[in-house]
Design a protein around this ligand. Structure first.
Ligand code: BES
Ligand code: ZN
Ligand code: ZN
Length: 481
């Protein structure tokens, strides 16, 4: 998919060269163009969010031009998230109609420009690199949208939004790639590209032997069942500023079979997405470095497959994490917390002052919060508040769930210090969080469980596929830690 060009322009919306122009309509609002206002008066153009009405107008240069009137909902409720939703509805319809260039008249509201740019770029994302013939081609001619003009938009705001949406789409590409392509080494190669593209980013990658030598017995135990070389990927961004040294940690299980505690086959193919946290972390660093944000970030991505084999870790095995804690592996499918334990220890040793980790960690978080909110768990109210705020600001929202000593008790080990498995059917997402908490010491930390939001969201601008969830939130957090 070719990148979509984003430009801004001052002047009249009607003066555009685009084949399709979009104007937004607020509840109870009106449009300056009398012909368009007739459609509002007739009730044909509706103002509720996601509604679109298609019409045509005469354009001075090239005859007929398509106009989409996009519902924006109530004016006092409008924000960047609603702009994303409205823009996605308009872009989706425009694409169906064969539009090649869009022009949006930006409402003069906070967040409108970035929401329009992101909603459009995210909604027009496709992953078709394994299709021999692209859908568009079958219908004859190329009909993809190549450009977006935002009339009345601040150029810097539009460009920042474009960079962030492109990074989120890059994270979606990594998610969508099958596990035979997107291996741990493939992710490390992508991290290498990111580091090579930016002066302020450096990369260090550790392989299997080094993971073992560094004492990462929990990470190594997950990786021991697979032929694929595990990688501990460390990207460092030195963007200056006087904010805290941030640690971004992302689970990257490139395929989770469950290991010896093997998963049922019906939905196992979805487990290529079990690297979603890691992909969001990597691509957020690319966006942050492109924007040149003043921040210091150490990104740590433990990457491996989780496979059953003759040398795989077995239920009941006891392994030792980097901080010396012993772990009973009572279910080899609870592998995310194992690889994260060592990655979190590593981040703490690197001196990070605030940690946030993203992980498709538990099916139970889908039961609790569906595909709308990520689960948040934290040992620090202030830092959790900052993550919650970044979630609201970016439209990637989290909802905090509690920790409690009784939940901590539920993962006490029978033979070792802790077990990777809590009580069956009881607060599984919290048990996982209590497990991770053992590896962050006193460092303020937020665990973001994205098992429900990494894919299958119902938000129209990302659809139900891979969402790239976390990229926007992490960029926002780098701006406002
Ligand atoms: N990757 C899965 C969690 C998951 C499940 C993500 C469904 C997205 C959709 C994770 O490694 C896992 O298997 N967790 C187990 C933990 C259990 C064995 C304690 C789970 O959630 O069932
Ligand atoms: Zn698992
Ligand atoms: Zn997993």
């Amino acid at each position: 998919m070719a990148p979509i060009e984003v430009i801004t322009r001052a002047g009249e919306p009607r003066e555009t060269q685009a084949d399709t122009r979009v104007c937004g309509l607020f509840d109870g609002g009106s449009l300056t163009d009398p012909e368009l206002q007739k459609l509002v008066d007739a009730g044909e153009a509706k103002a509720s969010l996601k509604q679109v009405c298609v019409t045509h107008e005469d354009s001075p240069e090239d005859g007929r031009r398509r106009v989409i009137i996009a519902g924006l909902g109530k004016e006092d409720e409008f924000d960047a998230e609603r702009a994303r939703i409205a823009a996605a509805a308009a872009a989706t319809r425009a694409k169906e109609l064969g539009a090649e260039s869009l022009s949006w008249a930006a409402p003069e509201k906070d967040g409108a420009v970035s929401g329009i740019v992101q909603g459009t770029l995210l909604a027009l994302y496709t992953f078709d690199r394994f299709k021999s013939s692209k859908d568009e081609d079958e219908e004859g001619g190329s009909t993809s949208v190549a450009s977006l003009e935002v009339v009345g938009g601040n150029p810097d705001e539009a460009e920042a939004a474009r960079v962030i949406a492109a990074a989120q789409n890059a994270a979606r590409d990594l998610q969508n790639l099958p596990s035979n392509v997107c291996t741990p080494e493939f992710l490390a190669a992508r991290a290498r590209e990111i580091a090579d593209a930016h002066e302020a980013v450096s990369l260090e990658v550790f392989g299997r032997d080094q993971i073992v030598e560094m004492g990462m017995g929990a990470f190594a135990s997950v990786a021991q069942g697979t032929y694929a070389e595990p990688q501990l990927i460390v990207l460092r961004y030195e963007g200056g500023g006087d904010g805290p040294h941030l640690g971004y940690v992302g689970k990257a299980v490139t395929f989770d079979t469950g290991g010896i505690s093997i998963k049922p086959s019906s939905k196992m193919h979805e487990m290529k997405f079990d690297m979603s946290g890691g992909s969001a972390v990597l691509e957020s660093i690319d966006a942050i470095a492109t924007l040149g944000l003043p921040a210091r970030i150490t990104a740590v991505v433990p990457a491996t497959e989780n496979m059953p084999s003759g040398r795989a870790v077995k239920p009941g095995d006891i392994v030792t994490a980097k901080n010396g804690k012993t772990i009973e592996v009572n279910n080899t499918d609870a592998e995310g917390r194992l690889i994260l334990s060592d990655a979190l220890c590593y981040a703490v040793e690197q001196g990070v002052e605030r940690i946030v980790n993203f992980a498709t960690l538990t099916g139970a978080i889908i039961v609790a919060l569906g595909h709308t909110y990520a689960g948040l768990f934290s040992n620090d109210d202030d830092w959790c508040g900052a993550v919650e705020e970044a979630g609201r600001a970016s439209g990637e929202e989290g909802w905090r769930l509690p920790l409690h000593p009784e939940f901590a008790d539920a993962i006490k080990g029978k033979y070792g210090d802790i077990s990777n498995l809590g009580e069956a059917g009881a607060a599984g997402s919290i048990a996982a969080a209590e497990f991770l908490k053992h590896f962050v010491g006193d460092t303020p930390w937020v665990h973001v469980d994205i098992a429900g939001t990494a894919w299958g969201m119902k938000r129209n601008y990302v659809g139900s596929g891979a969402s790239g969830f976390g990229v926007r939130l992490m960029v926002e957090l780098a701006r406002n830690p």
